[in-house]
Design a protein around this ligand. Structure first.
Ligand SMILES: Nc1ncnc2c1ncn2[C@@H]1O[C@H](COP(=O)(O)OP(=O)(O)O)[C@@H](O)[C@H]1O
Ligand SMILES: [Mg+2]
Length: 398
């Protein structure tokens, strides 16, 4: 039995762990949180900080794993690449992973190689760095941690003062203490997942995205098909971007903005499958391709099969972004699933506190619908989300 190490064991990784077991691998999961949900499903687990590359490598060597992967979290990407390279296992090149993990380096390459045309971009490590550039900046700009994820500390700035505040926040939220400033693009957002295998780039799916209203820029859900009329051009751009970035292996998730004039800008690249059920559910269900299974198998060097099996016409999801409060009672999820023809995945528990939804970590789970009719799928997930929100009883302190 081959042993696979899965880096990260939270709610979204638990789907990967289950799947790897189902395929027949011996699964070992690591996460620094000793109460990680995914540990329940793994054959074995270790409490290891997934950002600590040396600690992860030491663990992987001790366990003599045959493959390593991470999914749906950006924090594990570097450790995964590091282990794969050091232990000579299938994986993305470590140097490439380092470039992809830095939004400034990605932006620079995409511009230099003419993949997109965002020409105003700066990297700063200190608020003092602003003094040299602040007079030249054209607003509005977007500011984000260079190594951020889940939309944390991503802010639009329309003026000098807003820029200073946004930079301070982004630097503080960054592990490497760096922020990226770039042009703000006014466009519709799409998610694209690709899989790179044997030198081929397979663009598996383009998803339409729901986002929160400003000032937050967090994902609220996805739908497929995207109904984007330039989808084939977007797929070509994504393939070129993968090549330019040098990504040689595995899953890649991108966030792309498309303006009214059909200008295409890639604003985020992750060397891993998309979170928010993209890799585990949306792409596999809509395309009929076993995306997650293929990533898992490719990670241990086994044959993969990208053939289409039972694709579905339309898929929509909504994040359980709920009103804040301490949970005193839960709705009847089965009744909601039946009424709205959806599936609910949640981690709500009585006694837990729901936070106001500002970024991905504030979500409480997902609702997913499959339908012949795209609009119906979208309506169903939104109705179910609302029924769950209204059905959660919150503690009243009055
Ligand atoms: N240059 C930009 N212009 C407009 N919106 C942007 C820009 N960059 C990011 N965003 C918005 O902010 C969100 C989060 O930014 P992103 O770079 O994807 O960070 P994260 O890695 O946290 O997901 C994006 O999904 C998008 O909605
Ligand atoms: Mg993003």
């Amino acid at each position: 039995m081959k042993k696979i190490l899965i880096i990260g064991a939270g709610f979204l990784q638990s789907f990967v762990i289950k799947k790897a077991k189902e395929i027949g691998y011996y699964t070992i999961a690591i996460d620094k949180n000793p109460n990680s949900l995914g540990f329940k499903y793994a054959d074995e687990y270790g409490v290891v900080d997934i950002v600590d590359q040396q600690a992860c490598l030491k663990f992987a060597k001790e366990k003599k794993v045959d493959g390593v992967m991470t999914a749906a979290t950006d924090y594990g990407v570097l450790s995964t690449a590091f282990i794969a390279q050091q232990m000579n296992l299938p994986g993305i090149k470590y140097d490439t992973a380092k470039v992809v993990k830095n939004k400034y380096l990605v932006r620079h390459l995409l511009y230099e190689k003419k993949i997109d045309d965002i020409s105003q971009y700066y990297e700063i490590s200190d608020i003092e760095d602003l003094s040299g550039i602040i007079e030249n900046i054209h607003y509005p700009v977007m500011v984000k941690p260079c190594d951020g994820s889940g939309s944390k500390a991503v802010k639009r700035a329309n003026s000098k003062n807003e820029l200073k505040d946004a930079c301070t926040e982004a630097i503080n939220a960054s592990l490497i203490k760096k922020a990226l400033i770039e042009d703000f693009i006014d466009g519709k957002e799409y998610g694209v997942d690709s899989f790179i295998y044997n030198g081929e780039v397979y663009v598996l799916g383009v998803m339409g995205k729901y986002m929160t209203s400003p000032p937050d820029y967090a994902e609220l859900g996805h739908m497929m098909p995207s109904n984007l009329d330039i989808e084939s051009r977007l797929r070509e751009i994504v393939k070129n971007a993968v090549q330019v970035l040098g990504i040689n292996f595995g899953a890649v998730n991108m966030d792309v903005l498309v303006t009214k004039e059909n200008r295409v800008c890639i604003v985020d690249v992750g060397a891993r499958m998309g979170g928010n059920l993209i890799g585990s559910h949306i792409i596999p269900i809509k395309t009929g391709i076993d995306y997650m299974g293929s990533i898992i198998k490719a990670s241990v060097g086994d044959e993969i099969d990208l053939s289409v099996k039972n694709p579905q016409p339309c898929v929509a999801t909504k994040v359980l972004a709920l009103k804040p409060g301490k949970i005193a009672g839960l709705p009847d999820f089965n009744a909601i699933q039946e009424e709205c023809k959806v599936v609910v995945y949640h981690h709500l528990e009585i006694g837990d506190t729901i936070r106001a939804y500002h970024n991905n970590l504030d979500g409480c789970g997902y609702v997913l619908a499959i339908s012949e009719d795209r609009r119906k799928a979208i309506e169903n997930v939104e109705l179910a989300r609302k029924l769950i929100d209204d059905g959660v009883v919150r503690v009243s302190y009055l």
